[in-house]
Design a protein around this ligand. Structure first.
Ligand SMILES: Nc1nc2c(ncn2[C@@H]2O[C@H](COP(=O)(O)OP(=O)(O)OP(=O)(O)O)[C@@H](O)[C@H]2O)c(=O)[nH]1
Ligand SMILES: Nc1nc2c(ncn2[C@@H]2O[C@H](COP(=O)(O)OP(=O)(O)OP(=O)(O)O)[C@@H](O)[C@H]2O)c(=O)[nH]1
Length: 435
């Protein structure tokens, strides 16, 4: 189950202000290179113990005041496909505009819950202006809020998370859920087809409950696994693929539904900004990842080609580059079994729970050899460490002054964990806690 909310609305109604308020300081895709997919477009949040993702579909049309029906279509289609709940933001300061009516027309066809957000209700007086918005005839309910000062957002969040499950990662199934993701035309369909040899290998279809993805169980090469299929989404995506932003956002649901992603990149193009955006999306979601350099058959090779290619990829993925890279071809079926095995191994790495005694024995020794640097004359003492009972590897280090332990030292701890145990392909979280 994924918990996704999308924000739609015409320019300047306050979508990004609301987005920032919902995700707090948590930024997602931080990638300077990409002009379109900025951190404002995708973020993670938590309310009443429920995790959820927020997509601001306005990323594409931002800054332009003349937006057309076509753009509205794109925003709403994206929201319909990707989200579980849609927030339609309007502006009480300006009142209803023609564009609002156009949005409303599209949104009336949506079967998912839509909330109408009457934004910029900064004071009690403006509450009187809210009723006007019932004219739009959309939305189960109207929420008067002020994204700037936060009033009304608590009520909105309470209602919002009532649609979400408390643990989107919960999974009755013990089988690895694998998603094949990547930008348009990298060979996702070809890889899937080559991997599963359709007719013979489908075990059962498990229809997604509220989602559009279909998870199918396969047995191939002696491995039992679930494939998160987004074929339907991909077909629709074709219409919209003119913008990088959309094709990255189209991966969100598949990533959230998976345990491990096979990220396909095109060997003839290398890893570009958009591929990296998807990579960071996977990392951000704490999912396992294996990188498949597909169309390897098209590359002219000498004895250094693979090594250099791999070096370049690792530099781009850094600091999280403890990841399997496999050079595949869907066309010649080269190394597809290896790719599948790497995905399953990554799944196991992600699921492993370390013994507390062993973890402490090894890590406390490492810490003793290289203690955290003292700060403002204060000596930092790490007393013990445990792995939290979460689905993704998360480690809590207990110490006297947790706030004094800085990023570089946390990275040191992570590297040591990776050195002693196999967490290849798996993002690790490190928390410092007070003891
Ligand atoms: N008074 C008031 N102003 C707000 C509120 N929320 C947003 N604004 C202002 O409205 C303007 C537009 O806000 P944005 O969040 O950039 O709007 P947007 O919908 O993301 O706009 P685009 O990027 O063009 O799609 C900014 O000047 C905000 O400061 C609010 O609750 N009250
Ligand atoms: N030479 C070569 N061509 C490939 C390989 N894999 C895919 N292709 C070709 O690349 C093109 C795109 O392949 P698809 O499998 O449709 O790619 P996709 O990622 O599913 O594309 P979208 O549905 O647009 O997202 C097709 O023409 C394939 O034949 C490969 O390993 N080698």
């Amino acid at each position: 189950m994924s918990n996704i909310v999308a924000i739609v609305g015409r320019p300047n109604v306050g979508k990004s202000t609301l987005f920032n308020r919902l995700v707090g300081g948590r930024v997602a895709i931080v990638n300077e290179e990409s002009g379109v997919t900025r951190d404002r477009n995708y973020g993670k949040s938590v309310w009443n113990g429920k995790d959820f993702s927020v997509i601001d579909t306005g990323g594409y049309v931002s800054n332009s005041s003349d937006i057309f029906e076509e753009e509205i279509n794109k925003q709403v289609l994206l929201a319909m496909d990707e989200a579980d709940v849609i927030l339609f933001v309007c502006d009480v300061e300006l009142g209803i505009t023609d564009l609002d009516y156009s949005f409303a027309r599209m949104l009336r066809k949506v079967t998912k819950p839509v909330y109408l957000i009457a934004n910029k209700v900064d004071n009690g007086e403006r509450l009187y202006d809210v009723h006007e918005f019932y004219k739009l005839g959309v939305g189960e309910e109207i929420f008067p809020i002020s994204s700037i000062n936060g009033s009304g957002t608590g009520e909105l969040l309470d209602k919002l998370v009532s649609h979400f499950t408390s643990d989107p990662l919960e999974d009755e199934n013990e089988l690895p859920k694998i998603a094949i993701v990547g930008r348009p035309n990298v060979g996702k369909s070809s890889t899937i087809n080559a991997l599963i040899d359709k007719e013979r290998n489908i075990v059962t279809d498990i229809a997604g409950t509220t989602r559009d993805t279909l998870t199918t169980r396969y047995n191939r090469f002696g491995h039992d696994f679930l494939l998160v299929d987004t074929a339907g989404l991909r077909k629709k995506a074709k219409v919209n693929e003119d913008v990088e932003f959309y094709s990255v956002m189209r991966s969100v649901r598949a990533i959230e539904d998976s345990d491990v992603c096979m990220l396909l990149i095109d060997a003839t193009r290398g890893m570009e900004a958009q591929d990296l955006n998807i990579f960071h999306l996977i990392e951000r979601n704490q999912k396992g990842v294996v990188v498949l350099v597909n169309k390897w058959d098209l590359i002219e090779k000498d004895n250094k080609t693979t090594i250099n290619f791999e070096k370049d990829l690792r530099a781009k993925m850094a600091p999280f580059n403890d990841v399997e890279i496999i050079f595949t071809s869907a066309l010649t079926k080269q190394r597809l079994l290896k790719a599948l095995e790497a995905a399953i191994e990554t799944y196991r790495n992600r699921a492993q729970k370390l013994k507390t005694s062993e973890l402490n024995r090894i890590m406390l020794e490492e810490i003793e050899n290289y203690p955290p640097p003292s700060l403002k004359g204060k000596y930092i003492r790490i007393k013990y460490v445990t792995q939290l009972p979460t689905k993704t590897p998360t480690f809590a280090f207990y110490c006297n002054l947790p706030q004094y332990v800085k990023e570089p030292y946390k990275r040191f701890l992570e590297n040591k964990i990776r050195e002693h145990w196999n967490f290849t392909g798996v993002p690790i979280q490190i928390f410092m806690r007070k003891k």
